[in-house]
Ligand binder design. Sequence first.
Ligand SMILES: [Zn+2]
Length: 418
Amino acid sequence: MPKIYLIDVTNRDGVQTAKLGLSKLEKTMINIYLNDMGVFQSEFGFPTTRHEVNYLNANLELAEMGVIKPLRLGGWIRAIPADVELTYRNVPGIEHLNLSISTSDQMINGKFQGRKTRDGVIKDMTEAVDAARAHGAESIGVNAEDASRTDINYLVEFGLAAKEHGADRLRYCDTLGYDNPFTIYDNSRILAEKVEIPIELHCHNDLGMAVANSINGAMGVIDGGQDAYINTTINGLGERAGNADLIAVILAATKSKDIASKYELAGQIKMKLASKIAKFAEYAFDVAIPINQPGVGANAFAHSSGIHADGVLKDPGNYELYGYEELGRGEPIKVETGREIIAGQYSGISGFGHVMGKLDITFKSREQANEILELVRYANVESHKPLVEEELLFIAKYPEIAKKLLTMTPLDSQYLDG
Ligand SMILES: [Zn+2]
């Protein structure tokens, strides 16, 4: 029986969103948390973007070291051969790629403005797949941007061409959140049955249906005989109204009426980490989790009206579909209300030693402490906010990796000389 796999795109769609951003250390922490949670893949960034290069290579190093394992790290690029070539110059060790190109007539006419035709789109895409194959990519996903507004017969043709050239998956992008659960079920099923490769669902929330569309799309793919891959983001943050929320997708796949008995989520998802990953994204993006967010919102398990409170006290099953403990909630959290010493970009060794001592980190020498402090200062320059304990621990444990994450060189010097 085919299954549902999760590909989280927070580090790609989430960070490319207007007004939002993450430091490279924060992106790395998200990869670590996704790995700990048991998510299948993280779309971890843009291999053709210069400032991403050190971060991407450092995260592949973490994967090799076993720190981020078995999570797959996939890069996102345009489906043109030039992007594939640049990717392998920048990030030679990358194993998983998603190649994206627009497929709808709206985009072909409105975006490419006559520079590309339907045949030209397939030509660029297949050449890009060939190039990625030639470089030894372990898995290649092909993204049909604006798939929901694309003629389904052309989409099948596009998918078959991708498959013929060795693509492993076809990503159905509901780029504008235009689908509804019925239309996406039908399209996904047709693609699964006619193209006969696994199908990815990439859904946006412009009409408030991203999670429902992702789930129904996955049902269509599985009913069509293929594995389904759902793209998620933490707290649903993504372009415009956002993407399908990671936690809500997992809850829907495992708790919704009749779904869990018929469809299976692949791997061992550790829901206990839900609250932690959502809170970290809230802090890192500096975007509050809505009070009514499924599972992780402040009100997700709050009751005040007489009948509800009485009912839930008698038996939580009366008014709750699932328990807060399942999402890792209910543990007391310590909040400092007295004196605070914080490690920041202008910190000195004394305060830093105090902060690290509280985390039970001791240093072999003053030199070593100074080196770690220097990295913490730079991490702070990039994130503009105090690092969380796990970021401090990460830097102390992997200083060489942290140094790579923090190293960015804008432009080649030849441009600057003139
Ligand atoms: Zn998107």
